[in-house]
Write a protein that binds this ligand. Structure first.
Ligand code: GDP
Ligand code: MN
Length: 399
């Protein structure tokens, strides 16, 4: 789960990281009011969206009066901010963060990520801050410092000092840098984060180490332990297809193709999508119905998968181990009788009681396309999608 910059800054501040003074606003009037309240004469107005790259996209503006803040905010509020991280549809701006502007000498990149190959938290830093890490690793790969943290002992001060040294932080600021690194590390581990990124971390003109930006992502599987983090969820920033599924206890991932996938198990979902691609198609999404396949659950799955307008065929791929194919088949038949689906449905069953399952599908009288192997199912789904598309095009042409 992602959170907003202002929320990440509040968290990091409580772990000892220095951040600028700031105030959140839900309207242009509030932004101007809160800037006056804060005082000073230069502010940065920052669109709060779950994506980086706001600076280049017009989501970060320097202002020198409350009138200017009002103007800037009138354009920002309600806009769909499109950055290189949002995709072409952008993300809605409904909150802005107004901060006291900071004068700085240097920008540093600092990131904490899970390094899956070493199974440890990895600190990634670069003296070339301000740029995105992808850009840094393409243009100045030698400037990147990497350190993994031994989980049994945590981040040691000497390691933090080594990072400070490698970044060329002036000796008199080493202690501040160590405190910043330790604060981020503790926030990461205490709150079950999967990513903490500060870009830029700056050395201010008055020689303080300060986080000018902050991004945190949390492990959704550990959220139950942190109700105060769950509360920070902002649904306006999520893919509506995915939040609908999450609210119904289904694991759903939205993609951009035309074939909807209902499967049991994430591994099978990966294999299903690979096979669809191999057969010349593109998955629109996948939904993992997990172990149970009651008619209600299957109906819910169909409803979700087909609510995506791009879906032109649905492939159901079930491997029944603990589950039983006849139960799943019964679930599919009842679900389609309850709520007919207006795109071709392809079903492939394998595992326990597969013959009984096939019989139930065959006897149902429903136009279900059956397949025995995954390759056959994927090929049929791609063919069905292409025929369906061709037919729709003809219909539109005829109108
Ligand atoms: P991002 O583009 O979404 O990563 O947003 P950032 O918060 O990183 O802001 C983009 C850029 O704006 C930063 O890299 C800074 O160079 C600049 N910036 C942000 N806050 C301030 C500030 O208080 N003072 C100054 N001078 N520049 C700032
Ligand atoms: Mn940034």
């Amino acid at each position: 789960m992602d959170i907003h910059e202002y929320q990440a800054k509040e968290i990091l501040k409580s772990f000892g990281v220095t951040v600028p003074d700031g105030a959140l606003a839900y309207s242009p009037e509030q932004a101007a009011y809160r800037a006056r309240e804060m005082g000073g004469n230069r502010w940065v107005v920052k669109a709060q969206v779950h994506a980086g790259g706001r600076g280049k996209a017009g989501g970060v503006k320097l202002c020198s009066s409350d009138h200017e803040i009002l103007d800037v905010c009138s354009d920002m509020f309600g806009m769909k901010l499109v950055t290189h991280q949002t995709g072409p549809e952008g993300k809605g701006v409904y909150r802005v963060y107004v901060e006291a502007a900071t004068a700085f000498d240097r920008e540093i990149y600092l990131g904490f990520v899970l390094d899956r190959s070493s199974q440890r938290i990895m600190i990634v830093a670069s003296a070339e801050g301000g740029m995105e890490i992808e850009e840094i690793s393409a243009t100045r790969p030698d400037s990147i410092v990497r350190q993994t943290v031994e989980p049994a002992v945590g981040l040691r001060d000497f390691q933090a000092r080594e990072i400070a040294f490698a970044l060329g932080i002036p000796a008199e600021l080493t202690q501040q840098m160590v405190r910043t690194l330790q604060g981020c590390y503790r926030a990461f581990t205490d709150l079950d984060a999967t990513m903490v990124e500060i870009n830029p971390l700056v050395i201010t003109s008055d020689q303080r180490i300060m986080a000018l930006d902050a991004k945190m992502t949390f492990d959704t599987n550990a959220l139950f332990r942190h109700p105060q983090i769950s509360e920070l969820r902002d649904k306006s920033q999520e893919d509506p297809r995915e939040s609908r599924a999450a609210d119904r206890g289904l694991a759903y991932i939205g993609l951009s193709g035309n074939i909807g996938c209902i499967v049991n198990g994430a591994g099978l979902a990966m294999a299903t999508m690979d096979t669809i691609k191999l057969a010349g198609g593109e998955p629109a999404n996948f939904l993992d119905i997990g172990g149970g396949a009651t008619p209600e659950r299957v109906a819910k799955a169909f409803r979700l998968v087909t609510s995506d307008k791009n879906v032109q065929a649905v492939l159901v791929n079930i491997f029944a181990g603990i589950n039983r194919c006849d139960w799943v088949a019964e679930g599919v038949v009842q679900a389609l009788k309850m709520e007919p689906v207006d795109v071709p449905v392809i079903v492939r069953l394998a595992g326990t009681n597969v013959e009984e399952g096939q019989k139930i599908l065959a006897k149902s009288g429903l136009p279900i396309i059956r397949a025995n192997s995954l390759m056959e199912a994927a090929t049929r789904a791609v063919t069905a999608w292409k025929n369906d598309t061709a037919q729709n095009t003809k219909l539109r042409a005829a109108k």
